[in-house]
Design a protein. Structure first.
Length: 137
């Protein structure tokens, strides 16, 4: 069975401008309305991926050296104001999925997770990052 899948890019950027890039896939073909709903959930372009079930890129890259002075918990989901522009800029990609879709959340599920967040608590995420780096989580 074929499905449409939407892939969205996100990144971690430390205070000293070190960047780690990632992406996540959602089941379905995103609409302009859904694109707008995601934008409304962001704080500027910032969010905390761990709060919505995505990996913290600073913790998932073993080559990255954690730095208490420059690191924080926020990530960037740099969507353009329109879906067409996000696609044109390569920030969103829509394609056919030819294999199983097990474990891939739908766009609606992801928007639900984003909408449930009252705030993006960067301090709590930073403390969690320290615990993970110290091997205590």
């Amino acid at each position: 069975m074929q499905h449409k899948i939407t892939t969205i890019n996100y990144q971690y950027r430390s205070a000293d401008n070190w960047k780690i890039f990632g992406q996540f896939s959602l089941l379905g073909e995103i609409t302009q309305e859904q694109h707008d709903q995601i934008l409304q959930c962001l704080e500027g372009d910032a969010f905390i991926p761990h709060q919505v079930g995505l990996p913290n890129l600073a913790l998932s890259d073993d080559s990255y050296k954690f730095d208490l002075e420059f690191d924080h918990g926020l990530h960037e989901l740099s969507l353009a104001q329109s879906l067409d522009e996000s696609i044109r800029q390569g920030r969103v990609k829509i394609e056919e999925l030819h294999s199983g879709a097990d474990g891939i959340p739908s766009i609606s599920e992801f928007i639900g997770r984003m909408s449930e967040q009252e705030s993006w608590d960067a301090h709590v995420e930073f403390m969690r990052m320290i615990q993970v780096r110290l091997g205590k989580e």
